[in-house]
Design a protein around this ligand. Sequence first.
Ligand SMILES: CC(C)(COP(=O)(O)OP(=O)(O)OC[C@H]1O[C@@H](n2cnc3c(N)ncnc32)[C@H](O)[C@@H]1OP(=O)(O)O)[C@@H](O)C(=O)NCCC(=O)NCCS
Length: 158
Amino acid sequence: MVKLEKAKLLDIPAMQDLVAQEVKDGIILQRSIDEVSTNIRSYVLAKDGDKVIGYTALHIHSPRLAEIRSLIVSSEYRGKNIGKKIVDFALNEAKEIGVTEEVLVLTYLPDFFKKIGFIEIPKETIPEHKIWADCIKCIHFPVCNEVSLVYKLGKRDE
Ligand SMILES: CC(C)(COP(=O)(O)OP(=O)(O)OC[C@H]1O[C@@H](n2cnc3c(N)ncnc32)[C@H](O)[C@@H]1OP(=O)(O)O)[C@@H](O)C(=O)NCCC(=O)NCCS
């Protein structure tokens, strides 16, 4: 049975293995073991028994803005609603922790996020420090086809 739980430092090697191909392909940004460790409280995992089969990180930028990062589901587990459950968990966490406005994502799969309720926004509106902290590390920088979308947290009260 697949369950969702917060990540622990011991999970990091399995997390790095899971994302290795997407990092190589430039779909997901490489994060060092130290960076993942520093932010370990941001991560939620999907596990099948003890096996890590998916995860994401909810990174908080400011009281009004958080970001979904590094979303991955193991290829043999895709199409079973696990990605959606992981994102839902992160959106609930954003709400619970008190993020007031929205959750951002930059992605090559906008249609997946649109299904969950995200809406596309112009790239020019994403926070500058995000670009300088993260995008600059990406193999596709500065010519990038990622799409920016946001989820409005107010929607979760409706
Ligand atoms: C994106 C990803 C996490 C989706 O995980 P998943 O568990 O297969 O997705 P789900 O089964 O939860 O899909 C939820 C819905 O989105 C749809 N969906 C899934 N992948 C999709 C895609 N690539 N494009 C469009 N819609 C998609 C599903 O059909 C489903 O729709 P439904 O509710 O109408 O049935 C997975 O494909 C993945 O790990 N991709 C590689 C890494 C990546 O690109 N991550 C995004 C970086 S931000």
